[in-house]
Design a protein around this ligand. Structure first.
Ligand SMILES: C[S@@+](CC[C@H](N)C(=O)[O-])C[C@H]1O[C@@H](n2cnc3c(N)ncnc32)[C@H](O)[C@@H]1O
Length: 224
């Protein structure tokens, strides 16, 4: 039901053109990705501290853009594959970080397409990608992430709250986090157990920090 609320905001994007839009941005040469990461998500450090994930674990950075977060994760000691459906983004990521860390690789791939059979990751990290995926493709997104995770695999989503803030219902209720949580449950609960929500932020220009919600989910072994 609540997904309908999101559909109102995102339905215009539910076309194949959204891929072209990203390709244009990344190929423009001077595209300024103001949200670039300056650190790895806090939940990953928590998971390391609790021993849930260890150095050497395999990670996929979904929608890696110019590759900064993938690089930071590789520097942290994880084996990282950064994927993006934009060829220009991957070209830029390789120019920025190619050869700088043996644990790091980049590949062009659309996460809403069938993934390669041999992909298995301990953790998927998604900073700001799920929230730009057109709603008609979000069930495929959830199904594919489930497929590429190993048993006990997890996903961390970072969802900018501004994306949800424009919703009419949110403005009326000021209940942004609960509406977003319900949306996440609608899409993911068939495949994942939601383990934790944590407050976070995306760095933006001039030191401005955009509030974001981190969502940690664990793969369900048996799905209906
Ligand atoms: C808001 S940017 C975030 C980039 C990066 N995660 C970061 O934080 O710097 C979203 C990225 O997702 C990519 N993207 C969008 N839809 C995708 C899809 N279906 N498969 C793979 N990448 C996608 C875009 O090309 C873009 O690079």
């Amino acid at each position: 039901m609540l997904s309908k609320i999101f559909r109102k905001k995102r339905k215009k994007k539910a076309t194949p053109q959204y891929k072209l839009k990203w390709e244009k941005k990344w190929s423009s040469g001077d595209f300024d990705a103001s949200w670039e990461a300056d650190d790895i998500p806090v939940l990953i450090r928590d998971m390391e501290a609790k021993g849930i994930i260890k150095k050497g674990a395999s990670l996929i950075d979904v929608g890696c853009g110019s590759g900064k977060l993938s690089f930071l994760l590789a520097e942290e000691g994880f084996d990282v594959l950064g994927i993006d459906f934009s060829e220009s983004a991957i070209k830029q990521a390789k120019t920025n970080y190619g050869g700088k860390n043996d644990r790091l690789n980049f590949q062009v791939h659309d996460i809403t397409n069938e993934p390669p059979e041999d992909w298995k990751f301990d953790l998927a990290v998604d900073k700001g990608t799920f929230h730009v995926i057109p709603l008609n493709l979000t069930p495929k997104y959830a199904m594919n992430i489930h497929k590429i995770l190993s048993d006990n695999g997890r996903i961390i989503l970072a969802y900018a709250l501004k994306k949800a803030w424009k919703l009419r219902e949110v403005k009326k209720n000021y209940d942004i986090k609960n509406i977003l949580k319900q949306h996440i449950e609608d899409i993911f609960s068939q495949y994942f157990t939601i383990e934790e929500y944590a407050n976070s932020s995306f760095k933006r220009h001039f030191g401005f920090k955009e509030p974001a919600l981190l969502i940690l989910m664990k793969k369900k072994q048996f799905i209906k």
